[in-house]
Design a binder for this molecule. Structure first.
Ligand code: GDP
Ligand code: MN
Length: 441
């Protein structure tokens, strides 16, 4: 199996020039220099599996203390990238909801005429969040879905009230489905040791970890990590766009985003990338490395290894998380192909995560789980940063510099200064995006 990985063609042919210059500046003083050498010495594109593991284990052996300077340098880079005016992605194929007749006259396709991708808008939500979810549906409709009328699936762990159903239906321009999670999927599984769980939760509480002793939150994270796409009502769909109550969408999008994903061979799309609280994922990386070493065939040779193991901006996070940078795509907005999760690599790995029990002994989030999965087992070129989707979930924003967005003058704003350290998008851009990809908007 190691040989199979060796034979695949790969990796650092896609290292971007801008990224390298920037990295030298950051890393030339010894911070991360070892990893830098390892990756950049392989410009012929031949990393062995052992070398991949060396990169993945990098964070376990090498830490330095990071300074405010590094955070600010990365924020400057972020603002510089965001200052670029963007419109639509410059991809070969974008699909709109219009046709032209023989005389060249443009006609907007109706809900019944437009051929949609196999996709659903998707949210896990509670009855008490009705107002907050309507707030977000209205924005999704106004900025995008009024063109395409994609269906919505509302998932609950309890029956939705008639008021909830009637109200959301009034705001959705597509079909509406309600799906209730069977208790045997939602509830804590039997393999969780109550003593070990109590001790784990106690440690999280002592360290001030949010939601530590809220069992439903642990259920939610586990469900969103590895179960939602197995629900009866979800089996018929391939693509989903996850949205959450009280989030905001700032930009008009004219093309079909699901077809964009499909036609351009993307697996996963995101807007915001963050660091996580390392105490919530202390053993996620060791469990994952153990799995990877036993199952090297699942690791994609063009994985996003450096983003996963970065230890420059927040070395103490990487240390506490035992080698995982804690960088992830923020999953309260995400667009992805569920067949990826349903596939062998993610499924087998998820079984290993379930066996390890970290959804309850720690507080593994669905964002780091999706992110580690897609970054390890998928080609990073299939992970798309949506530069044209303006998005807000408190306290973070992504505001494109685009005439299609409200307040483009605020582009490059991320969050209050005291949480700038949490921004991992600069790493994604520097380490994992090619020069070509940076030019695609
Ligand atoms: P945060 O963003 O991590 O602070 O967590 P949220 O409270 O926003 O929860 C994440 C998502 O899961 C939101 O869409 C919530 O509506 C949903 N959610 C969280 N807990 C529950 C729950 O117990 N039941 C249901 N049905 N949805 C939940
Ligand atoms: Mn939320």
């Amino acid at each position: 199996t190691v040989n199979r990985v060796n034979k695949l063609n790969r990796y650092s042919s896609s290292v971007n020039k801008y990224g390298l210059q920037f990295n030298e500046k950051l890393m030339g003083t010894g911070k991360g220099a070892q990893q830098e050498q390892l990756v950049d010495a392989n410009h012929d594109g031949k990393l062995t599996f052992d070398e991949i593991v060396q990169v993945l284990e990098f964070g376990q052996s090498k830490y330095n203390s990071s300074s405010e300077d590094i955070v600010e340098e990365n924020m400057d880079f972020y603002r510089e990238v965001y200052s670029k005016k963007v419109t639509e992605p410059k991809f070969a194929k974008l699909t709109y909801n219009v046709v032209y007749d023989e005389t060249g006259l443009k006609r907007v396709l109706t809900k019944d005429e437009y051929p949609r991708a196999n996709a659903t808008m998707l949210t896990l939500v509670r009855n008490k969040e009705l107002k907050a979810i309507v707030h977000t549906i209205r924005q999704i409709e106004n900025t995008w879905n009024h063109n395409f009328h994609y269906p919505y699936t509302f998932i609950g762990d309890e029956e939705f009230t008639q008021e909830f159903k009637d109200t959301v239906r009034r705001h959705c321009s597509g079909e509406v489905y309600f799906e209730i999670i069977p208790p045997e999927i939602w509830n804590k599984p039997a393999n969780i040791d109550p003593e070990k769980e109590r001790a784990g939760i106690q440690k999280l509480i002592e360290n001030g970890v949010q939601y530590a002793d809220m069992e439903s939150y642990h259920n939610m994270c586990r469900f969103n990590s590895g179960w939602f796409y197995r629900l009866e009502g979800l089996k018929k769909f391939k693509w989903y766009w996850r949205f959450e109550p009280n989030t905001d969408y700032y930009c008009s999008i004219d093309y079909d985003i699901f077809k964009f994903m499909e036609d351009n061979d993307k697996t996963y799309g995101f807007t915001i990338s963050l660091y996580d609280d390392p105490l919530t994922v202390e053993t996620l990386w060791p469990v994952t490395l153990d799995f990877v070493k036993k199952n090297p065939q699942y690791v994609h040779p063009n994985g996003a290894f450096r983003w996963l193991t970065d230890s420059v901006q927040n070395p103490e996070y990487t240390k506490l998380a035992n080698g995982y940078s804690t960088c992830h795509f923020w999953s309260n907005f995400e667009i992805a192909n569920m067949d990826f999760y349903r596939g062998e690599a993610y499924s087998k790995w998820f079984d290993a995560l379930e066996a390890a029990g970290g959804f309850y002994y720690e507080r593994w989030g669905d964002a780091p789980v999706h992110s580690v999965g897609v970054a390890l087992f998928e080609d990073k070129s299939k992970i798309h940063w949506f530069r044209d989707i303006g998005y807000h979930h408190s306290p973070y924003k992504s505001i494109p510099n685009s005439d299609k967005c409200t307040a483009p003058e605020d582009s490059g704003y991320f969050a209050p200064e005291d949480v700038h350290r949490q921004n991992c998008l600069p790493n994604w851009i520097k380490y994992e995006m090619t020069h070509k990809e940076l030019q695609q908007y």
